[in-house]
Design a protein around this ligand. Sequence first.
Ligand code: NAD
Length: 500
Amino acid sequence: MCLESNVNNMEILKNYINGKWVESKEQNTIDVLNPANQEVLAKVPFGENTVNDANAAVAASSVALNEWRNAPAMRRVQPLYKLKQLLEENIDDIARLITLECGKSFAESKAEIQRGIENVETACATPTLMQSEFSENVAPGIDEFMIRQPIGVCACISPFNFPGMIPFWFLPYAIACGNSFILKPSEKVPLTMIKVFELIDQLDIPKGLINLVHGGKESVDALLDHPDVKAISFVGSTTIARYIYQRGAANGKRVQAQGGAKNPVIIMPDADIEMTARIIADSVYGCAGQRCLAASNIITVADDKGLVKEALVEAAKSKTTGFGLNEGIEMGPVITPESKSRIEYLIGKGVNEGANLLLDGRNATISGYETGNFIKPTILENVPLDGELIKTEIFGPVMSLLQMDSIDQAIDFVNGNNYGNMACLFTSSGLNARTFRNRAHAGNIGINIGVAAPMAQFPFSGWGDSFFGDLHGQGRHAIEFFTQTKVVIERWPKEWTRKF
Ligand code: NAD
């Protein structure tokens, strides 16, 4: 047993299928590691036989669907009220697991679960959000209306960086709309959802309505290819998002696939320097930079005599790095040793390309956690605009500082980005703000905000290579994604009406 949790490190994690915890058909496993010290937390099934697990989950989901799809919407949201209560009662335990397997600080882990809970709350409004349109007399004696019906078995494939939040961008809406659901969490962080599914097990829902299967490419491909799976929700890197979108769509499924990012932030000379620096440092270094909404390329407009740079370096230096369950820690490790090497390589690459290293977080060691994947806050300036560092998603605690002459030049730079997850502007001018929000090519815009994460009522609106599909996660988009519309045109001629 490891020190900080009840997780048994020799345990091979089970799937949750048809309302029961069942062993995987796959004998091969990979280790789930604590990124702060490489401690083995558990073993997760990983290999080609996970296909059988995925197929068993689809079979259970298909049966559960028959009963659930015609349950009144008011009935379908009752388990979500209970789930909200259970998540709140267990928030500390879930947050501890997130920190253990994912590395972020305990406060960040709790905030993550809170965001998940807000999606459960928003999905409780489904009976109203699903309501439809009715037009009387579209032609003489003819009425027309549209109803929303569930689409069937829905599957979600989630990434490592928000193990407790991202499944909730989809799960509560899918269920409330009358669908059944299969989750395939990231093999790097499966423990958080094991805990959540222990809570789901307590809900009054048909067996097989919500299922959990482990694995990697094999189980994902099985879900992408299974004819009974009607919709796929994916969040992860752009390469895999594009693949999921193409394969799912080729198989006739509805797909929403959220991808990676490279988020620019513009600082105008009229911005409040101290507040701006603090907010931007939180955005770049929060979750060790492993957020799809992490600021990465920071552009100062016009000569500010180096004041912004100075404030950013101070804010970055003030971050305390270490094991996320320890008191006062603000930044944890990155997810794997490979991730650490990749990030350190990219920093070196930036230097080779001509950038000046203002703060070097490489080779960080944390006392007591010498084997952890730690990188401390890093800042590079004068990064060449055509270099790799400017274009590549680093997914680590690294800031690239750029200088431009005007807001127009900065917006042109923002719009040259292949991604389009987030773009932010710091200013005290309403005109600058308006110009920026109108012209910036990104789906989530922040004005004096460092992490423009849409609340649950709004769609998580990535553009470009950050999103493949039409309808995003969360809010009304989720209701539309998880339902199909049916339009009915009715005529009841007088002469056909029997007289009794
Ligand atoms: P990833 O793409 O490596 O993995 C995501 C999921 O896909 C995992 O469940 C994994 O098992 C599965 N997978 C991996 N390779 C696969 C393959 N070849 N075929 C089928 N399935 C496969 O992503 P990650 O490293 O877990 O997460 C980090 C990435 O996610 C970053 O790029 C980040 O920007 C992105 N992300 C995006 C958003 C968003 O809202 N746009 C949110 C969070 C994270």
